[in-house]
Design a protein around this ligand. Structure first.
Ligand code: GUN
Ligand code: FE
Length: 453
């Protein structure tokens, strides 16, 4: 396989520009310009398709792709350092998990060599799994977090990278917290500047202001981060009303919920990504929708740490923008295929209810389920919309961030029998594919991950 700058591909693709509305683009001719932007998409019924195929072929710029093309996945919520405990440490509630396992692990990223090894493996693994865009929490260490950003540029992953800010002594232990609000603000500003000056960045990696969550931050820190956001127009990420404990901690301190508190500090904007949101109330959802912020729905992590299912359909109906996140390592899988599958399963459990001792008619919340095509939308175009990034679907003006699924890949887990409807074929790919089936990965038309090596 090769870079596709200035090329046309003839392919069989799926994308889902809207919830529940996946489309197959069969024998599509996608022309990619020299900057990696999709110039045009022609289907066999479109005028000029045949002529354009012949022309591209004559120019030596036509590539016929086997298998199926999907937009690359957008993972809205990853804790980069926690890759070191993926699949581990799932036995404690959130508040104990942070203190016992997670803060001590993250503190080790003061060691730049440890960070380098961990982050190089993480970025490669996510790309190879089909994640072409990731929104990362780093740690509170500037050098390690800058290294993460540099590795994303070097390996070709689109990313938003944040240095975690956390200074509140009531929650954060002395061995892992910012010295004070000013230290966190200086560190945040320094990373914003350094990411902007990474050579060859080409806009691939951007900084994101990252208050860990309201309980970990003093008022002075939240206030200062709001100032930075106003001055630099930066994106923001944080955890929001993740669990009863986190939600109630903020209610007790401020008499208001996370969303209102974040808004008061200028941290709830169209460029804000809120992780989890499981305990959001209707007022919070309305505020979030009004501000245009987005939610990273992390269904697998929520099963372990939130203690409830995010009411996804209710959020979408209230106009909240939503994408999916793995929440490595609160979610013990780095795969966005898994994130999509779990989003469907969680929605089904919310709809039906889960306690068999309760009569079925009172057990669940009707109208909660989503289908796999909607999960596919959230994992691609939905996440891209939350970030206002021109990726996630195949249309003129979008960057060509895509993965090629090879159903016959050695060691793969797919079986396509032939004769399936388009909807069944897409469902088969999404439920059945594993990393071995992700045969090629492109960001901005350039090969990335193991397919580039
Ligand atoms: N809340 C504050 N920090 C974290 C974290 O690292 N993971 C999760 N899931 N929730 C958090
Ligand atoms: Fe998280």
């Amino acid at each position: 396989m090769r870079d596709l700058l200035g090329c046309s591909v003839l392919c069989d693709a799926f994308h889902a520009p809207a919830p529940g509305a996946a489309t197959r683009l069969r024998n599509a001719l996608i022309r990619i310009d020299r900057d990696g932007v999709i110039e045009r998409v022609l289907l066999p019924d479109d005028p000029g398709h045949g002529v354009a195929v012949k022309q591209a072929d004559r120019d030596g710029a036509l590539l016929r792709l086997d298998g199926f093309l999907l937009p690359g996945f957008v993972d809205l919520h990853v804790h980069a350092p926690q890759i070191r405990q993926l699949g581990q440490a799932l036995d404690l509630p959130l508040e104990e998990w942070l203190l016992r396992y997670t803060f001590p692990l993250e503190a080790r990223f003061a060691d730049l060599a440890f960070a380098e090894t961990s982050y190089a493996a993480l970025v490669a693994d996510l790309l190879d799994g089909g994640t072409t865009t990731a929104v990362y929490f780093g740690t509170l260490h500037g050098p390690a977090t800058l290294r993460l950003a540099e590795l994303c540029v070097a390996l070709g992953q689109r990313a938003m990278v944040g240095r975690v800010a956390m200074d509140r002594a009531e929650l954060c232990p002395a061995h892992y917290r910012d010295l004070d609000a000013n230290a966190a603000l200086d560190g945040t500003l320094a990373l914003i500047e350094r990411i902007a000056s990474i050579p060859d960045n080409r806009g691939l990696v951007r900084p994101i202001v990252t208050p860990r969550f309201v309980p970990a931050c003093t008022d002075a820190l939240l206030d200062g981060l709001g100032e930075i956001v106003r001055a630099h127009g930066c994106a923001v990420q944080t955890h929001c009303s993740e669990s009863d404990w986190a939600h109630n901690d903020v209610l007790q301190r401020f008499g208001r919920s996370d969303a209102a508190v974040l808004d008061g500090f200028g941290l709830l904007t169209r460029r804000t990504v809120l992780a989890h949101g499981v305990a959001l109330e209707q007022d919070d959802m309305d505020l979030i929708a009004r501000k245009g912020a987005g939610v990273a729905h992390c269904a697998l992590s929520n099963a372990y740490f939130a203690g409830a299912v995010f009411p996804l359909r209710a959020a979408l109906a209230r106009g909240v923008r939503v994408g999916l996140g793995t929440d490595i390592s609160g979610g013990p899988s780095a795969s966005m295929f898994e994130a999509a599958r779990m989003a469907v399963a969680a929605s089904r459990m919310l709809e039906s209810g889960v306690d068999p001792s309760v009569p079925p008619e009172r057990r669940g919340r009707p109208g909660s389920r989503i289908d796999i095509a909607t999960a596919f939308h959230l994992a691609t175009a939905g996440g891209a919309a939350v970030l206002d990034l021109p990726v996630g679907r195949f249309a003129p003006g979008m960057l060509f961030d895509a993965i090629r699924i090879d159903p016959h890949a050695p060691g793969g887990t797919l079986r396509v029998w032939g004769g399936e409807s388009d909807a069944d074929l897409l469902a088969t790919l999404l439920y059945g594919a594993s990393r071995a089936n992700v045969a090629s990965v492109w960001t901005g038309g350039r090969l990335a991950g193991r397919s580039a090596r």
